[in-house]
Design a protein. Structure first.
Length: 117
């Protein structure tokens, strides 16, 4: 089970860290991803990290602003978001998939990030 948290109402230029806590499973050999869905838009990929080696990957629109990381001891993945923009407003979801698969088959409930100009 994944639990995302950390969203809130922010101003442009603010920073915020989202957390995704995994319970009930070991994340060895899994990949944790962050996705977002803005109002009226389709869900899109934001970032992912491999649990074993902490290898990150980012969508172009967040490169240089967002940083993904993981804490083994806390079974938690973080998404540090800097220089937030109004277009970052969305519900942010974390999800997990096996490193051997292509489909994210475990999803958290989402956390809302609202960025005002």
């Amino acid at each position: 089970q994944l639990q995302a948290s950390g969203g809130g109402q922010l101003q442009a230029g603010d920073s915020r860290t989202l957390s995704c806590v995994a319970s009930g499973r070991t994340l060895t050999n899994w990949i944790i991803g962050w996705f977002r869905q803005a109002p009226g838009k389709e869900r899109e990929f934001v970032s992912r990290i491999t649990w074993n080696l902490a290898t990150p990957n980012y969508a172009d629109f967040v490169k240089g602003r967002f940083t993904i990381s993981r804490d083994r001891a806390k079974n938690t993945v973080y998404l540090q978001m800097n220089n937030l923009k109004p277009e970052d407003t969305a519900i942010y979801y974390c999800a997990a998939r096996s490193s051997m698969g292509r489909t994210y088959n475990s999803w958290g409930q989402g956390t809302l990030v609202t960025v005002s100009s």
